[in-house]
Design a protein around this ligand. Structure first.
Ligand SMILES: [Zn+2]
Length: 88
């Protein structure tokens, strides 16, 4: 391995690709580097788990929020309708 590449300077690199990594959008090499860095670096590991938690919350909210979204859409529609209505 290349410890120098994965040391402190790696943090910036890792944080930059962290979201893509968690989305599974990085190539195998990057994925391996990030995974190893997260094992070795507590700070980035913590950040990764924070992202994971947020992502999980968003994903869950996305599913649960479907009825709420419809309500919001209905309100927007009625608001748009009011705007479209000629007044006076
Ligand atoms: Zn780090």
């Amino acid at each position: 391995m290349f410890p120098s590449m994965l040391s402190r300077s790696g943090c910036l690199r890792v944080t930059r690709v962290l979201q893509s990594y968690l989305d599974g959008e990085v190539d195998d090499t990057t994925s391996a580097i990030v995974a190893q860095h997260l094992e070795e670096c507590r700070r980035c590991g913590l950040e990764a788990s924070t992202y994971r938690t947020i992502k999980a919350a968003i994903t869950q909210a996305g599913h649960d929020a479907a009825p709420v979204d419809q309500d919001a859409v209905a309100r927007l529609r009625s608001f748009a309708h009011h705007l479209a209505e000629p007044r006076g």
